[in-house]
Design a protein around this ligand. Structure first.
Ligand SMILES: Cc1cc2nc3c(=O)[nH]c(=O)nc-3n(C[C@H](O)[C@H](O)[C@H](O)COP(=O)(O)OP(=O)(O)OC[C@H]3O[C@@H](n4cnc5c(N)ncnc54)[C@H](O)[C@@H]3O)c2cc1C
Ligand code: FES
Ligand code: FES
Length: 496
């Protein structure tokens, strides 16, 4: 059925839960953010605005959604979350935590542990911890560091904050949200009508198709519309570039677009709207370096919202998934109308800001082949900070072995060119090298300087990038040869 035919049945209102009731909005700007709605429309000023670009966590809110019949609580940066993305969810803010005049256990522990000085970051920190509290898992020190990686506190220091959290996040949640989970789950289930959503008119709209067919038809009709996965990039176009987005198609309600499966040749297939947080364990099962990479991808808030498809479709030269999956032999699957095509990731990125994607075509899935028995893999992200930082250089390599001989290699880098790119000359130079003869790797190190002419920018100089890439290749080969033990910063964090 076409979108036109379906849209007669489309819902013309956004619906979500807030403060114990249903909200239905028939008029709102497609570019409105949750933070602006809260602070400007609802007068709910407890949620703060710091950076307005997803980096500081001052604006953290929690969305509760039904997952396999249970409520899942996840933290989001309200400053870059579009209002329309609330459809079907329950929005929980800091003001909701007090019950009958009593502070939430997390708020009380924050007071008792003196974990707040100026207090600007505190609502966001408590909301991030609230999501962790409802995970039902006792939080470890390392887990709390991860939970708070997207929350910046400039004056208290994290020791008392972690102390408050360790005391509270230690078992099954016992607050009014836990006590009312059945009623709230029923209310969320009642919102899940699986209908297309179309709010606005042809000139300006927020649409959330419910099926692949509806999405394909709507995007064919409005190929200039802005597709939104998690809005962790698009949100910044609004808050930093002040772009006036008029036609927005949010992909988060498209059934099965977040599906996880296996392609015909056994590759892991990740649906385009699969959240990065959900992709992390699946990629980590291919190789432990992908676990650390995903742990360092933004923050909990960014990974809860950001999608696998968005990270590839944005064509960023410093996106992390593209080089990591390119080295594995990954593919992107595209759909336009009812036609799909798959292409190797390296062919998708044509030039800076230019991808092999036709008008009306969207990313359907991203495929990551598993490693064969005689294949070895390493992936490294180098950035100024461990947490919440964009790569200065990212290098991933897969080598195919015959005993100690390297038959072939796939090397891909981020941050080294205008697109994520394979190092073809280095790959050729590595073919025939031997793991026991480090001198035979030298040609590949040298060849990297013919593969790439990196830029100097605020993250790193060209010379630094070149040296780091060559060193990372050598580190990978040293580890694979067995001559050097793996060292990762995440190992230190986990051991603390
Ligand atoms: C604080 C912060 C930290 C970050 N850290 C990292 C990091 O460590 N590593 C990293 O790689 N990135 C990082 N990012 C960038 C961003 O989070 C990722 O690129 C993310 O994967 C984008 O996904 P999204 O769904 O939010 O994309 P969106 O913002 O929704 O979309 C991004 C682009 O892709 C298009 N698009 C989205 N989905 C599709 C689709 N299915 N088909 C076609 N086009 C589509 C959109 O139209 C847009 O052009 C960070 C961002 C922030 C704000
Ligand atoms: S205001 Fe800083 S993350 Fe939203
Ligand atoms: S208490 Fe002041 S920024 Fe955290």
């Amino acid at each position: 059925m076409s979108f036109e035919a379906r849209s007669t049945a489309a819902r013309d209102a956004l619906r979500f839960r807030f403060r114990g009731g249903d909200v239905a909005l028939r008029q709102f700007s497609p570019r409105a953010t949750v933070l602006d709605w809260l602070r400007e429309e609802m007068g709910a000023k407890g949620t703060k605005e710091g950076c307005a670009e997803g980096d500081c966590g001052a604006c953290t809110v929690v969305l509760a959604r039904l997952r396999d019949g249970r409520i899942a609580y996840e933290p989001f940066n309200a400053c870059i979350l579009l209002l329309g993305q609330l459809d079907g969810a329950e929005l929980i803010t800091i003001e909701d935590l007090v019950a009958n005049g009593e502070l939430h256990p997390l708020q009380q522990a924050t007071v008792d542990a003196h974990a707040s000085q100026c207090g600007f970051c505190t609502p966001g920190i408590v909301m991030s911890l609230f999501a962790g509290y409802h995970s039902g898992q006792p939080m470890t020190y390392a887990g709390l560091c991860d939970q708070l990686a997207g929350n910046l506190c400039r004056c208290t220091g994290y020791r008392p904050i972690i102390a408050a959290a360790m005391e509270t996040c230690n078992g099954a949640p016992a607050d009014r949200f836990a006590a009312t989970s059945q009623e709230r789950a029923a209310a969320l289930a009642a919102l899940a009508d699986h209908r297309d959503v179309f709010v606005g008119g042809e000139a300006a709209f927020f649409a959330a198709p419910a099926s692949l067919e509806s999405l394909a038809a709507l995007y064919a009709r409005f190929p200039d519309a802005t597709l939104v996965g998690g809005a962790t990039d698009v949100g910044l176009w609004i808050t930093k570039q002040l772009r006036d987005l008029k036609r927005v198609i949010w992909l988060g309600r498209v059934a099965a677009l977040d599906a996880v499966g296996e392609s015909g040749d056994g590759a892991l297939s990740l649906g385009a709207t699969l959240a990065l947080e959900d992709a992390a364990p699946l990629l980590g099962a291919i190789h432990s370096d992908l676990s650390e990479l995903m742990r360092r991808f933004g923050s909990k808030q960014v990974r809860a919202s950001g999608t696998v498809g968005g990270n590839i479709a944005n064509g960023s030269p410093i996106g992390d998934l593209a080089p990591a999956l390119m080295a594995l032999g990954g593919r992107v699957v595209l759909r336009k109308g009812d036609k799909t095509r798959a292409l190797p990731l390296e062919d998708f990125f044509i030039a800076y800001g230019k991808q092999d994607r036709e008008p009306g075509e969207f990313v359907l899935a991203v495929e990551a082949p598993p490693l064969a028995v005689l294949q070895r893999y390493r992936a490294f992200k180098v950035s100024k900070r461990f947490d919440e930082d964009i790569s200065a250089v990212m290098l991933a390599v897969r080598v195919d072995l015959d005993g100690r001989c390297i038959l072939g290699a796939r090397i891909a880098c981020g941050g080294m060119a205008a697109t994520p790119k394979r190092a073809e000359q280095a790959e050729q130079a590595l073919a025939g090298a031997n793991l026991d003869q480090p001198a035979s790797w030298e040609a590949a190190r040298d060849a990297l300087s013919r593969d790439f002419t990196p830029l100097t920018d605020m993250r790193a100089t060209a010379a630094y990038r070149m040296t780091v890439a060559a060193n990372l290749l050598e580190k990978a080969l040293t580890e694979i040869s067995g001559a050097g033990a793996p060292t990762r910063i995440g190992m230190l964090h986990a051991a603390e």
